[in-house]
Design a protein around this ligand. Structure first.
Ligand SMILES: NC(=O)c1ccc[n+]([C@@H]2O[C@H](COP(=O)([O-])OP(=O)(O)OC[C@H]3O[C@@H](n4cnc5c(N)ncnc54)[C@H](OP(=O)(O)O)[C@@H]3O)[C@@H](O)[C@H]2O)c1
Length: 359
């Protein structure tokens, strides 16, 4: 089955499958490429056989296209390069991918999203003018749901993409009346959070969580050991209340204490190369992020437990009628250990209205 592209040509089912493979390769690199995008690329030889593939390497190292082309070697000549993002055309810390593609003798390029970055973008046009058959703008919805989609959101908004994660009881409590919240969810759900941390560049909590729980906010493997690639632990603490011996301030991972207002803090993180963050609470800070429209994705772990009292997931958002509810679209729903994990994203207004009126 052929799919019409929005910028030139048609692509066949095997190319679409390869593009999905590129998205998966990019997803696996999430959290290691920022400020560069988590891109995946593959090379098919002239008979359509897969001869190379790879992901963007950490900053300053090879882009996905170059990794895939090196693996393909001479088999790339006359073949097709497929990548989740439009190949870059600029000299950054590495050379332009467009030049590597031309040098390898590739005759066709298929990509997912155009590159919104005005400096790196325009690769498709460069390739077309050099005689390459280029098809872009494929699998839009799947791209937006991928790690690359989160990077695109960050680039478009000029602030990190925000995933807000919480653990709550079925009656929506994130702690008991005495403030204790360890542990609401099962060990597998807590291990799953370490996977979420690995996908981002920074993990954020408010001072209230540090004062109550003294979390470490590091990433550990299944044996409980700290992994090599830790994320920046960020505490939003405008009044400077957290103690100097807080565990988030130890040497196991980088940390950053922000005294700024929300937009300034997020801008500072973006300027520092952070493209995706995990907001881990608590409810006061989560409410502030939601009120400001800074939450892009929600991952809620719901434990089959009831507390009846204690702080709820989110505070007063100033909503008084059901029509004003912040609507999301569920992307994924599954059991993790004994708990339910719901992943949802904020819907466009049209989609939200449809969801609200569905029988
Ligand atoms: N189950 C879960 O998923 C989960 C996760 C985290 C925490 N918790 C529980 O939540 C409770 C702590 O709740 P919390 O609401 O106090 O914690 P919090 O949201 O982590 O911290 C609140 C503090 O963040 C600071 N902050 C910095 N910038 C802010 C901004 N722009 N807007 C609002 N606040 C800002 C404020 O202190 P300054 O004014 O000094 O800046 C505020 O008092 C504990 O019982 C903990 O166990 C549960």
């Amino acid at each position: 089955m052929n799919a019409r592209a929005d910028s030139g040509g048609e692509i066949d089912a095997s190319e679409l499958e390869s593009l999905r493979r590129c998205l998966a390769i990019g997803d696996a690199a999430a959290g290691s490429t920022s400020p560069n995008p988590p891109v995946g690329a593959v090379v098919l030889d002239r008979s359509g056989q897969l001869v190379g593939g790879g992901a963007t390497q950490p900053p300053g190292k090879a882009h996905a296209e170059v990794v895939a082309l090196i693996q393909a070697g001479s088999a790339a000549a006359g073949g097709t390069l497929i990548a989740s993002l439009e190949p870059c055309a600029h000299h950054g810390r590495t050379g332009p991918c467009t030049e590597a593609i031309l040098a390898a003798g590739i005759t066709r390029v298929v990509f997912g999203s155009p590159d919104p970055n005005p400096v790196a973008g325009g690769g498709a046009e460069v390739l077309r003018t050099r005689g390459i058959d280029v098809v872009g703008g494929q699998l839009h919805d799947e791209v937006r749901r991928s790690a690359l989609g989160r990077w695109l959101t960050a680039t478009e908004l000029g602030r990190p993409h925000v995933t807000w994660k919480y653990a709550a009881t079925l009656d929506g409590r994130v702690a008991a009346a005495d403030g204790s919240s360890r542990w609401i969810t099962s060990a597998p759900a807590r291990a799953d959070v370490h996977r979420l941390r690995a996908e981002v560049d920074a993990v954020i909590v408010g001072s209230g969580t540090v004062l109550t729980d003294d979390p470490h906010l590091t990433i550990r493997n299944e044996s409980g050991e700290l992994v090599a690639a830790q994320k920046v632990r960020v505490v939003f603490d405008r009044r400077g209340r957290i103690p100097s011996d807080a565990r988030v301030l130890d040497q196991s991972a980088p940390f950053f204490v922000s005294r700024d207002a929300l937009p300034d803090a997020l801008s500072a993180l973006y300027e520092g190369g952070v493209r995706a963050v995990l907001l881990e609470g608590g409810p006061t800070l989560a409410t502030a992020f939601l009120e400001a429209g800074y939450v892009d994705r929600v991952v809620g772990y719901l434990a089959p437990a009831l507390l009846g009292a204690g702080p709820t997931v989110v505070g007063d958002l100033g909503i008084t009628g059901i029509a004003q509810a912040l609507r999301l679209v569920v992307e994924d729903l599954r059991l993790v250990g004994a708990d339910v994990r719901v992943t949802a994203v904020f819907a466009s207004q049209e989609k939200a209205a449809e969801a609200a009126t569905e029988e």
